[in-house]
Design a protein around this ligand. Structure first.
Ligand code: CA
Length: 233
C-alpha cells in the first residue's frame, strides 16, 4: 500500500516543523503550504489523502479554504486551530471539515486524529464498493431494508432515531455539528431542535450503547456536536 500523502497547511514554522517531523517519523509522505492560496493549489494538483489545515492563515481564512476545496473535493480535512472558541470549530465543521484539533496539541493526538480519518476513508471505500450494509463492532445497519441490529437482535428504533443512526453511521469518524444534524433531520436548526436532538440522542444511546453513560459508539463534543466512532468488532 502507498504511504498516505498529507498536506500540511500552517504559516507558523515551529508548528509546521513539529508536524512534518512527526509525519516523517511515522512513515507518512507530506507536502506543505504556508498560506491559503497555495493550500488550494497544492490540494488540487496533488490530490492528498488528508489535509491538516491551520485556520489562522496570512491570506485567507481557513474556513474559506475549506469552502473552496469543498466545491470540487471531499478529501478529508482536519482543522488545526489556536482559537479555542467553539464557534470557529463549528464554522469550519459546517463548511465541511471532518475533524478538529486545538493548539497546543500533542504528537499522539495528531497521530490519533490522522488514524481516525484513515479508518473513515477505508470504510467509505468499502461502502462505495456497493455495500448497502454498515457494520461497526456489534452494530449493523441495513440501509436497503431500513433495519438496524445490535448483535443478532433487531433494534426497535423510532423513525427519528433511525434517521439519526443512519446519518451518524454514514459519516463515521466525522464530527457532525448540532446545526448539520438538525438541518438533516428536521430541516431547521432552532434552539428547540437542538434540545430535541439531545433527547433523541439519549434514547438512541440507551438502545445501542452497553453503558449509555460512557458511550462506545457515539461521542459527544460538548457545545459542538456528535461523532460516531469506529469500534473494533
Ligand atoms: Ca496560523
Amino acid at each position: 500500500m502507498n504511504k498516505p500523502l498529507i498536506l500540511v497547511v500552517e504559516d507558523d514554522p515551529s508548528v509546521r516543523n513539529l508536524m512534518t517531523t512527526t509525519l516523517k517519523t511515522h512513515d507518512y509522505r507530506y507536502l506543505t503550504a504556508f498560506n491559503g492560496e497555495t493550500a488550494i493549489m497544492e490540494a488540487s494538483s496533488h490530490n492528498p489523502d488528508i489535509v491538516l489545515l491551520d485556520l489562522g492563515l496570512p491570506d485567507l481564512d481557513g474556513v474559506e479554504v475549506i469552502r473552496r476545496i469543498r466545491t470540487w473535493s471531499n478529501l478529508p480535512i482536519i482543522v488545526i486551530s489556536a482559537r479555542s472558541e467553539d464557534t470557529d470549530k463549528i464554522d469550519a465543521l459546517d463548511a465541511g471539515a471532518d475533524d478538529y484539533l486545538t493548539k497546543p496539541f500533542s504528537v499522539d493526538e495528531l497521530l490519533a486524529r490522522i488514524r481516525v480519518t484513515q479508518r473513515r476513508l477505508g470504510m467509505l471505500r468499502q461502502e462505495n464498493a456497493g455495500n448497502a450494509v454498515f457494520v461497526n463492532g456489534n452494530l449493523r445497519v441495513d440501509y436497503a431494508a431500513g433495519c438496524a441490529y445490535l448483535g443478532e437482535k433487531e433494534l426497535h428504533l423510532t423513525p427519528i432515531e433511525y434517521k439519526l443512526l443512519c446519518l451518524l453511521s454514514q459519516n463515521v469518524g466525522k464530527v457532525l455539528t448540532h446545526k448539520m444534524i438538525t438541518q438533516k433531520i428536521w430541516g431547521s436548526s432552532w434552539d428547540n431542535d437542538i434540545a430535541s436532538l439531545r433527547v433523541f440522542m439519549a434514547t438512541l444511546r440507551k438502545k445501542i450503547e452497553a453503558d449509555p453513560s460512557s458511550p462506545q459508539y457515539i461521542q459527544t463534543h460538548v457545545g459542538v456536536g456528535y461523532r460516531m466512532l469506529r469500534v473494533d468488532g
